[in-house]
Write a protein that binds this ligand. Structure first.
Ligand code: CUA
Length: 319
């Protein structure tokens, strides 16, 4: 558990670091297309400039000569590009096959996207929000679904991008040879906090990964208020709930929430206490504050009691 944001490493002029085994294939296709564009740009622009100069009007009665058919030219400008296109296709197809066929024995991680966070669940039951840890030197398969709208998982350094759709599973795989840190982003516009829908990604050496998998999350060592503050940031609650002023965002401000009177869409009201806070985290639709929609994802079954207590302790501390 930490609030450090990992960076995407950019180590060349155009592209981020190529950190996965499929990345060089993607970059090959991209570089080929780039160079074809450079060369044809030069041919077209230089050719145009030369011809404009060569065939400029030289006298008042200068006449343009009639263009004649040239079979050699016709064949040349048909076959040349065809060869280049076949070359592009072969390079792209090889990379596509590499990216599509998931190696057997890949390590599987379940991914659930929701507005606006990423949940990663491991085979041993461990789950993490906005923190993806993977074993280095081993194929990893992500089995992904969304609990609300369409999101899209994008890890630029790994050159993988795949839509995450409600009601079905999509998959993506990659292998990262060396341990390292990078960033994952949502690349399908999914609402207000789309641009905050980020996660840290870390490839760990096999033994470090095993150790991490077995270890607790470190939350037991923190005082509840502090843990709550970290969780609040980690779940990007602050994208919708202000903690510093009384202005409403997507959801009501939580500054000074404890003990205030909340009015609900059904006309009822109550004084905010621990039970109400817990219900609002686990099942936000149960009581909707007047003027707000039912937009928050339900956390029921996703938080340990310790984490719920910590979040409530933090909310109580926001005077
Ligand atoms: Cu999720 Cu954009």
């Amino acid at each position: 558990m930490n609030n450090e944001n990992y960076e995407i490493i950019v180590d060349s002029f155009w592209l981020p670091k190529a950190a996965s085994t499929v990345a060089p294939h993607v970059d090959q296709g991209w570089t080929l297309a780039l160079w074809v564009s450079y060369v044809f740009f030069a041919i077209v622009v230089v050719g145009m400039a030369v011809l404009v100069w060569k065939y400029r009007r030289k006298s008042a009665n200068d006449r343009t000569s009639n263009a004649e058919h040239s079979t050699a030219l016709e064949i040349g400008w048909s076959v040349g590009p065809l060869v280049i296109l076949i070359w592009c296709f072969l390079v792209g197809f090889r990379g596509y096959i590499e990216a599509s066929i998931i190696p057997e024995g890949a390590y599987e991680i379940s991914v659930t996207a929701s507005k606006w966070r990423w949940n990663f669940a491991y085979p041993n039951g461990k789950s993490e929000v906005n923190e993806l840890k993977i074993p280095a030197g081993r194929p990893v398969k992500l089995i992904m679904s969304s609990s609300d709208v369409v999101h899209s998982l994008f890890i630029p350094e790994y050159r993988v991008k795949q839509d995450v759709v409600p009601g079905q599973y999509t998959t993506v795989w990659f292998e990262v040879p060396e341990p390292g840190k990078t960033r994952l982003l949502c690349t399908e516009f999914c609402g207000t906090a789309h641009s905050d829908m980020l996660a840290n990604v870390e490839a760990l050496a096999e033994e470090d990964f095993e150790a991490w998998l077995e270890a607790g999350d470190g939350g037991d060592d923190l005082p509840p208020e502090e843990l709550g503050e970290k969780l609040f940031a980690k779940f990007t609650c602050n994208a919708c709930h202000s903690t510093t002023d009384n202005l409403a965002r997507v959801g009501p401000s939580v500054k000074g929430i404890f003990g205030r009177t909340s009015e609900f869409t059904d006309g009822s009201s109550l004084t905010v206490d621990e039970n109400y806070l817990r219900e609002s985290i686990e099942n936000p639709g149960a009581k909707l504050v007047k003027g707000f929609g039912n937009l928050m994802p339900a956390f029921k079954g996703q938080l340990k009691d310790r984490d719920l207590d910590a979040l409530i302790a933090y909310l109580k501390s926001l005077d």
